[in-house]
Write a protein that binds this ligand. Structure first.
Ligand code: SF4
Length: 70
């Protein structure tokens, strides 16, 4: 049993400085807009991608990404 339910990405847009580290680590979830700022197409993390999503969020130098229970 994995114990972890669905995760949701919460973006603090004001904190994002467009480093793009998140998108480099996990491009399937974290996308960059034309200004290089992060966005997600679907805030719900697809099943099986939780670890990568977490890695991308943890790598953000601005701590702009949080994962919460959906
Ligand atoms: S790593 Fe953080 S600061 Fe950089 S684009 Fe992603 S959310 Fe924004």
């Amino acid at each position: 049993m994995s114990g972890e339910g669905k995760l949701k990405v919460v973006i603090n847009k004001a904190a994002c400085c467009g480093y793009g580290v998140c998108a480099e680590i996990c491009p399937d979830i974290y996308k960059l807009d034309e200004h290089g700022m992060v966005y997600v197409e679907d805030e719900i993390v697809p099943e099986g991608m939780e670890a990568l999503a977490r890695e991308g969020a943890d790598a953000c130098p601005q701590s702009a990404l949080k994962l919460v229970s959906a």
